[in-house]
Design a protein around this ligand. Structure first.
Ligand code: B12
Ligand code: SF4
Length: 500
């Protein structure tokens, strides 16, 4: 008889916007040949109003599962994971609960102080997860498994990380174990959009970024051939015309990007419009030939962290490589030439002087829009992540910043807002500065309405631009109530609600 392992993806996005749960698919893949794997996705349960805790309890009782494996990001996902796992543990104390993903990788101690999560796995999950599942079901020492965290005599114990496994050596996702059609969504990219992840980690160490703790500056890609094979499968089986790549940095290797683009164009022409994340300096160094190939294969929009309008701040963020404000300006110009939309995120409000930081970035964004008005903007507020040697975290700590001590605090209102990076109550960040950012955002998004909002008609664009023109020209951003009301009325889609 095959044992069943349950996987739980706590809610991470609004109803109807669910993406394929890649984190869980990747770890489930390594056991799917030998165990039954069952997914309980909080995103899907939202639509039916089903209580995820009850769904897990029912499935655990029906299957006799011994293990619930949960993926947890800070934010809404953590907010749901805490009460649900508590309830499940209270009902089924013998069901082992294991957390993996970004939150346990960064905040192991607070989890291991709780009494309802039994184990965590940090960093790349596949290899330690396989060892853990076998040891749990067939015996063996669980406590020595690399990357594992547990409670040992009341103390938190966290083992050194397992060696990273090349992605090409890992099995393909077990798509047949979920109903993929429920994840086919529609967006600016197309009417049938799915998502995939083609690499683990990133070679850089920006000190505001959670990826550093996860991958420790390593970047492990799938080959272009393997990626193209997977995309062809999605194309043939689910007829996709849009694809989001969720890698932190899809574009590290130019030869891989070029080869992938050629292969994709070979079987799909430009009928799959794709989107991915990358770095400004890397993409600026790409040859025209590679840009041309990407364009021909349907590349539509690229998300990049421009982070700041001030070169000094980029250094303090440890952005690394050849990052500079000039590089960002040069790239948005180049992308205009290829008709690929730059989607730039900024991390605003850095300590110790968030106001000065924001003003410099506002001026910079105006320059960007002048060069390439199609550029999309995502404005985040700086929220610290645990990282050794981070100047930004040191400054935040000096100013009184502390992470919560319990999971219940993390799951509360204040820290959920913190994790969403829009309205954090950090000690150095005053309400006046926050409203400055949001007011500027309303004005610039009205003056340059986003190209990704497929519901916005020409009439509304015209209206928004007309109403915001005087503010934009006079640089008067405060109290834009009329614009906010109109944006609410037409359900304006803020670019950052895609969640990256
Ligand atoms: C896709 C994605 C989303 C999706 C949802 C994903 C989901 N699970 O449903 C959407 C768009 C909804 C989203 C939303 C948000 N996201 Co998000 N998201 C990502 C993204 C781009 C990819 C995640 C992914 O699928 N990776 C592919 C898989 C295969 O990799 P992985 O998750 O790392 O999994 C590996 C390991 O972590 C581990 N693992 C993971 N889970 C588990 C579970 C078990 C049991 C085990 C053993 C191992 C394990 O093993 C896996 C294989 O090696 C990441 C960045 C990135 N590229 O990783 C950001 C990222 C995770 N998101 C982030 C943020 C901040 C958010 C938001 C808060 C943003 C916002 N302001 O709206 C929201 C809200 C999050 C929430 N709901 O809690 C941050 C997290 C920051 C942090 N401090 O940890 C990241 C790191 C982006 C960034 N660089 O800042 N996000
Ligand atoms: S912000 Fe981007 S470039 Fe910097 S470490 Fe994170 S993923 Fe890498």
């Amino acid at each position: 008889m095959r044992h069943t392992v349950l996987f739980y993806n706590p809610v991470s996005t609004s109803r109807g916007k669910q993406r394929l749960p890649l984190s869980l698919l990747s770890v489930a893949a390594v056991i799917a040949d030998d165990y039954e794997v069952e997914f309980i996705d909080g995103n899907l349960l939202q639509s039916s109003g089903t209580d995820p805790a009850q769904a897990i309890i029912d499935r655990a009782q029906a299957t006799g599962a011994k293990l619930l494996a949960v993926t947890v990001m800070p934010g809404p996902q953590l907010r749901q994971a805490v009460p649900v796992c508590k309830q499940v543990k209270a009902a089924l104390p013998d069901l082992t609960i294991l957390w993996g993903g970004y939150f346990p990788t960064q905040h192991a101690d607070v989890i291991l102080r709780s009494d309802f999560v039994d184990y965590i796995i940090q960093g790349q999950g596949e290899a330690p997860f396989r060892q853990f599942v076998d040891a749990l079901h067939y015996g063996g020492s669980i406590h020595d498994i690399p990357s594992l965290g547990c409670r040992n005599d009341g103390e938190a114990r966290i083992n050194p990380r397992a060696p990273v496994v090349p992605l090409n050596n890992l099995p393909l996702f077990p798509y047949d174990q979920i109903d993929v059609s429920r994840y086919v969504g529609s967006s600016y990219l197309g009417t049938r959009v799915l998502n995939h992840n083609t690499s683990f980690g990133c070679p850089f160490a920006c000190n505001f970024c959670a990826v550093v703790a996860l991958a420790n500056r390593r970047w492990i890609p799938e080959s272009a051939e393997r990626v193209a094979g997977i995309v062809q499968n999605l194309y043939d089986r689910w007829n996709i015309n849009g694809l989001e790549f969720h890698d932190m940095d899809f574009f590290v290797s130019e030869s891989r990007s070029a080869e992938f683009a050629e292969r994709l164009a070979h079987f799909a022409g430009d009928s799959i419009r794709w989107w991915a994340l990358g770095r400004v300096d890397t993409l600026l160094s790409y040859s025209d030939t590679t840009w041309q190939k990407m364009k021909q294969s349907g590349a539509k929009m690229i998300f990049m962290g421009a982070e700041s309008g001030d070169d000094e701040t980029l250094k303090r963020m440890n952005k690394g490589g050849k990052s500079s404000t000039n590089a960002t300006l040069a790239l948005v110009e180049r992308m205009k030439h290829y008709g690929i939309v730059p989607e730039l995120s900024f991390v605003l409000g850095n300590p110790p002087d968030p106001r000065a930081d924001i003003e410099a970035t506002i001026s910079f964004i105006r320059k960007i829009k002048q060069i390439n008005p199609a550029t999309e903007l995502v404005l985040y507020i700086y929220t610290p992540v645990p990282q050794e040697g981070s100047i930004l975290l040191d400054e935040a700590t000096k100013l009184g910043f502390r992470f919560p001590e319990t999971l219940e605090e993390w799951a509360g209102d204040e820290w959920s807002k913190f994790a969403m990076r829009r309205d954090p109550h950090t000690p150095w960040f005053k309400d006046t500065v926050r409203s400055r950012v949001r007011s500027f955002e309303s004005v610039i998004n009205a003056y340059y309405p986003t190209v990704t909002d497929t519901r916005m008609t020409g009439h509304y664009r015209h209206l928004l631009r007309g109403l915001s023109g005087w503010r934009y020209k006079l640089k008067f951003y405060d109290w834009p109530y009329e614009l906010k009301a109109l944006q609410r009325l037409i359900h304006y889609r803020r670019p950052e609600t895609t969640g990256f």
